[in-house]
Design a protein around this ligand. Structure first.
Ligand SMILES: Nc1ncnc2c1ncn2[C@@H]1O[C@H](COP(=O)(O)OP(=O)(O)OP(=O)(O)O)[C@@H](O)[C@H]1O
Length: 322
């Protein structure tokens, strides 16, 4: 979770650039943070202040924080994630790539003025539970932008024309409301899922690629997939950047569990736990850590011990890997 200092920095930045929607997004992130810490009255006050201020200044970009209405409402789900880059456990190279995307977006005006486009079309590929959705949330949070998750199930129709017109609606939104647009399981667009024949499924994917090609650099379009193998090389070239995710190594696995458990493992040695984590995803490790924490707490202990974790990891491995 971001600290107060980061929130203030983001607010000052959005204030300086006159981006009201970003300013309010950060204020709501602070409200969410306070609510999590049990400060419900303060959280409610912040939300009230944001609502009142939005009504008092009905400028076009202020209304942009509202949930989409009409046909778009069923296609896009909007959220304001509160996850910062340091919450994401990834290899250094991947973290550097994500930092670069953030830096280019922050400096996009400077780049655009000189005729360069910031990276804005991203393909995230890797096994389930390794941080692809989380990365989209991190980008939204670090850039103080709303995150719009595109619901592919609502997008896909058995009529090719209908799917294409829904896609157009979504990409119109990409152009007019700056944000992070996540197409999770994006490969399903090109799959024969809605009763289309293969040729038709391919045409839907192609229309996505045409929209992608024409998408301006103000919003980030993030497509995520678990199925690298089924995507062809030509498709990879349509993105400005491809980020590759993998299951964590032993050191990263311990870091994921440590982060989830916080003070519950202060005095516990997690050395050599890595060997029990082999083959597990980050999401599996979070769940194992949570299971271990619950066992300890229900026993009346204030600390999770090594045996709790070993047992939880073994249970997770047999349900996940096996
Ligand atoms: N790299 C990571 N660092 C820290 N926690 C992670 C990481 N990856 C996943 N997690 C944890 O697992 C949860 C699920 O991860 P996430 O939804 O990002 O996976 P994903 O790669 O998008 O999976 P899927 O392909 O199934 O959508 C996260 O909310 C977080 O708690």
């Amino acid at each position: 979770m971001a600290g107060l200092g980061e929130h203030i920095t983001a607010m000052v930045r959005s204030h300086a650039s006159g981006d009201d929607s970003a300013f309010y997004a950060v204020a709501l992130q602070i409200a969410a943070r306070e609510a999590k810490q049990g400060h419900h009255t303060l959280a409610a006050d912040i939300k009230k202040a944001v609502d009142a201020s939005r009504q008092a200044t009905p400028r076009s970009n202020v209304t942009k924080l509202a949930q989409p209405r009409g046909d778009l409402a069923e296609l896009i789900q909007t959220s304001h994630p509160d996850i910062s880059l340091r919450d994401l456990v990834v290899p250094l190279g991947l973290a550097t790539q994500i930092k670069q995307v953030i830096a280019e977006q922050r400096q996009r005006k400077r780049l655009l003025d000189s005729g360069f486009s910031p990276v804005h079309r991203l393909l995230l590929e890797g096994p389930p539970g390794t941080g692809k959705t989380m990365t989209a949330s991190v980008l939204a949070h670090e850039l103080a932008l709303p995150m719009h998750t595109v619901r592919l199930d609502a997008l896909m129709s058995k009529y090719m024309g209908e799917t294409a017109s829904k896609l157009r609606l979504v990409f119109d939104e990409v152009e007019t409301r700056r944000g992070v647009y996540l197409f999770d399981e994006f490969d399903a667009l090109g799959a024969d899922r809605a009763g289309n024949d293969v040729g038709e499924a391919r045409r839907i994917l192609n229309s996505f690629l045409v929209f992608l090609e024409n998408a301006g650099p103000e919003s980030l379009v993030v497509a995520a997939t678990n199925h690298r193998a089924i995507l062809d090389r030509a498709l990879f070239r349509r993105f400005d950047l491809v980020l590759t995710y993998d299951r964590p190594d032993a050191r990263q696995a311990v870091a994921v569990m440590r982060a989830r458990l916080g003070s519950l493992v202060k005095g516990t040695s997690l050395a050599k736990l890595g060997e029990y984590c082999d083959g597990l995803s980050h999401a599996d490790l979070v769940k194992a850590a949570e299971a271990a924490a619950k066992s300890a707490l229900m026993r009346g202990d204030a600390q999770v011990d090594r045996e709790d974790l070993v047992a939880a990891l073994a249970a997770r491995r047999s349900s996940s890997v096996g």
